[in-house]
Design a binder for this molecule. Sequence first.
Ligand SMILES: Cc1cc2nc3c(=O)[nH]c(=O)nc-3n(C[C@H](O)[C@H](O)[C@H](O)COP(=O)(O)O)c2cc1C
Length: 159
Amino acid sequence: MDSKQNSTKKILVAFYSRDGHTKKAAELIAEHLNADIDEIADKKSRKGFIGFLIAGYDATRGKTTEITFSRDPSDYDIVIIGSPVWNGKITPAVRTYLLKNKEKIKKSCFFVTCAAKDRKALLQMNEIYGGEVLSKKVLTRKTLEEEAREFAEELKSII
Ligand SMILES: Cc1cc2nc3c(=O)[nH]c(=O)nc-3n(C[C@H](O)[C@H](O)[C@H](O)COP(=O)(O)O)c2cc1C
């Protein structure tokens, strides 16, 4: 698979998105940083009202899930990871991605998208990863695009 090259560093933006907000933010960030992008897919259906209820339950219980993704994070200098917030927690898909790949990720940056500003999920990502986190940010849905661009600008100056 072809991969884009930032001026100095190889960067990957990996994300999970149920309803498209995290995907939108990930695309903006990747475009800004000339980074590769990889969507983490959850094999468990999260659609509809039942899917919503199970999603919240699984996140609250800190459950993992079966996921698919395409790119190898060990090919990158920095991996930026995005997750929606579900019941104050990260999604099972991103929890699983971090657990599977934490040894392969050299340096990371995290962002979460949510309805209200909620930093707890970012702290969970920190705890699961355990490595060097260069930056992390909460993006609220209402001002998502503006905040995603701001975050990408911040990242440009530190990575
Ligand atoms: C099951 C579920 C639980 C959620 N829980 C929270 C929450 O605790 N706090 C919050 O601010 N937003 C919560 N939200 C809203 C999402 O975090 C927000 O809409 C996010 O941007 C969705 O990302 P996506 O469109 O990429 O799936 C929840 C959404 C779902 C589906």
